[in-house]
Design a protein around this ligand. Structure first.
Ligand code: NAG
Ligand code: NAG
Ligand code: NAG
Ligand code: NAG
Length: 317
């Protein structure tokens, strides 16, 4: 226990030490940000409902874009141009998943998500994509439900994936039924916007992380079986990453645009393959190697000690 938190802090510290002022803010946006839908009318309408395909990178990214747009006014007091909107963490991380090939079909049985094939396709077999579904569909629908999106909760529906439909949810009422706890936490997050005009940045961050962790808790359980499609190195990294997120929550890592961008620049820039051994991966930077090594170490220590200290800390604070 004495060891885990410092270890996580080293990783975070290491990343912040590498902060170099980003010279061009347009570099920090996720790939295809400009080209993706930015308003509801950019989506198809059928029977009075907007139809969104979360298995297309462009559609999924578009939901984040609308969310960022509609929540901008609540963050205006913290910065210009919405930079301090803490919801940026979600699309920026999703962009990293996309450009590192992590949304592609890991079984290689289809060309879904592969550069040479249907590169905008998001594979239901991707562990990363499935976890992200809970961190895109749920925050989006809870926002619709809370009224900040300006449409009726019954007016939006998502297309199902090609398999495992029971593991996902498709509209506001259906998501509340299937994932009550996580949806409740996301709803509470949006309530913080309205509850008081004086809600601080820290209140928002705390509430965001509570919702984030709640989504991830269900997602991690539901998609364990996807990890078998990956190299041992990638599966280990995925587990380490999912664990590390628990360590980012208690200190309330500020998931603003530039911070998240700088942070994930240090994450593996491609899928890990067998033979990749941090900190000796030749096409990774020194920082990327160090971060990967530290993440894996954190996971090992955690496994040995078997202590879920973070959850307890989260409850105390
Ligand atoms: C920033 O990046 C955009 C798009 O990549 C480019 O059009 C623009 O010229 C860049 N600006 C600077 C100052 O480098
Ligand atoms: C949304 O729902 C209302 C009724 O609740 C309906 O009148 C409207 O046409 C729907 N569709 C769109 C695209 O707004
Ligand atoms: C939100 O989107 C609308 C329509 O695309 C645009 O006019 C507006 O400037 C955007 N607001 C922010 C804060 O990005
Ligand atoms: C929501 O989705 C469920 C399951 O697909 C469906 O049975 C229900 O009619 C949908 N509700 C609305 C309001 O669209």
């Amino acid at each position: 226990m004495a060891f885990n938190l410092p270890c996580a802090c080293v990783i975070i510290g290491c990343i912040f030490a590498s902060l170099v002022k980003t010279s061009n803010i347009s570099d920090v946006y996720p790939p295809l940000w400009k080209e993706s839908p930015g308003q509801f009318s950019d989506y198809k309408i059928e029977n009075g409902k907007y139809i969104i395909n979360f298995w297309s990178y462009r559609d999924r990214l578009g939901t984040y874009k609308i969310l960022l747009n509609k929540t901008a006014k609540y963050f205006a007091k913290f910065s210009l141009e919405n930079e301090q909107n803490i919801l940026w963490g979600l699309p920026v991380h999703h962009g990293w998943q996309y450009h590192t090939g992590r949304l592609a079909d890991p079984t290689q049985s289809t060309d879904c998500g592969h550069k040479s094939g249907d590169h905008l396709c998001i594979s239901v077999d991707s562990w990363w994509a499935d976890l992200n579904y809970y961190l895109s569909a749920m925050p989006f629908l809870a926002a619709v439900d809370s009224g900040i999106m300006g449409i009726s909760p019954d007016n939006v529906t998502f297309l199902p994936p090609s398999k495992d439909q029971m593991n996902f949810c498709y509209n506001v009422s259906n998501c509340h039924l299937s994932f009550p706890e996580a949806m409740k936490k996301w709803n509470e997050f949006y309530q913080v916007f309205f509850l008081s005009h004086s809600s601080s940045f820290d209140d928002l961050l705390e509430s965001l992380w509570a919702a984030h962790v709640s989504s991830l808790d269900v997602a991690r359980k539901n998609f364990q079986n996807r990890l078998k499609y990956y190299s041992k190195q990638e599966a280990d990294f995925a587990r380490s990453w999912a664990l590390f997120v628990d360590y980012l929550a208690p200190p309330r890592f500020p998931t603003t645009l530039i911070r998240t961008y700088e942070f994930q620049k240090e994450l593996p820039r491609r899928m890990l393959v067998s033979g990749d051994k941090a900190p000796f991966i030749s096409d990774f930077s020194g920082f990327q190697n160090t971060v990967l090594f530290a993440l894996n170490l954190l996971h090992k220590v955690h496994k040995y000690t078997g202590l879920l200290i973070v959850e307890n800390i989260g409850k105390i604070t």
